[in-house]
Every structure is written in C-alpha cells, then in structure tokens.
Design a protein around this ligand. Structure first.
Ligand code: 5GP
Ligand code: ZN
Length: 116
C-alpha cells in the first residue's frame, strides 16, 4: 500500500490511530468521522494515499465508488436517516482539511439536523 507517514488517515489504515470501522475490503476503508456533523457521519477512503481527486487514479475511484452504495445502505440501516448526502471536498478553499482523498457520507434527519 502507498502511505504517507504524516497523514492521519494513513495512520488509521496502519492501526496507529483508532477508528470505528463501518466497512472494509481489499481497497477501501469506511469509518465514523471523529467530529460528526450528523449522527452516523462516515468517511470512505482508498487504502492507498492520494491527496485529492486530481491525484486519484480512475481505477482507484472505480473501486472506491463501487463500495459506496453498500456503505450508504449500511449507514441508512444503522441510523435510519430520512436522506443522505455523499460529497467530497478538494482543496482548502473547498473545505478539505485532511489531504488523503475521502468521501463523506452524511445522514440527514430534516431541518435543524446540523448540516447545510
Ligand atoms: P475534510 O474537511 O478534509 O473534507 O474532512 C476531513 C474529516 O476528517 C473531518 O470531517 C474530520 O472531522 C475528520 N477527521 C479528522 N481527523 C480524524 C481522525 O483522527 N479520526 C476520524 N475518525 N476522523 C477524523
Ligand atoms: Zn494518507
């Protein structure tokens, strides 16, 4: 696997930082966000380190996104939201704070749920 030793998400992948895992396969890990914008907020990452969508090879994107519907369904099943956002920030001005590509899965519970 291609890791960056200073990257928080690579440390999670290596087990150096604990996380609550939601899903894992050969290429992808999903875990709960440490600072949940809504209940069940989950992050999906490739096991290889790519800093953003511009660095992400399309075959890695294909592997990651092929797992996203099942992860979204598991989150929906576990937390019973009435909607769900799937989104990705690239670059600081777009809100990216961790520079290991990741997709947010954000369950939605209606007005006043804290997001948007
Ligand atoms: P970004 O702002 O880059 O799109 O999203 C980064 C996300 O990573 C944030 O929602 C932040 O709460 C989450 N995060 C940062 N550090 C950790 C950590 O150590 N563990 C977990 N589970 N999430 C983290
Ligand atoms: Zn990384």
């Amino acid at each position: 696997m291609k890791h960056d030793e200073n990257c928080i998400f690579c440390k999670i992948l290596k087990g150096e930082i604990p996380s609550y895992k939601v899903y894992e396969d050969e290429n992808v890990l999903a875990f709960l966000d440490i600072s949940q914008v809504t209940k069940g907020h989950t992050l999906v990452i490739p096991k290889n380190h790519y800093k953003d969508i511009f660095a992400l090879p399309s075959e890695e994107a294909a592997k990651l996104f092929s797992a996203v519907p099942a992860i979204a369904s598991a989150v929906k099943e576990a937390f019973d939201p009435i909607g769900l956002n799937v989104l990705n920030n690239n670059g600081e001005p777009a809100g990216q704070s961790v520079f290991h590509y990741h997709v947010h899965i954000i369950p939605r519970y209606g007005r006043g749920d804290g997001f948007g």
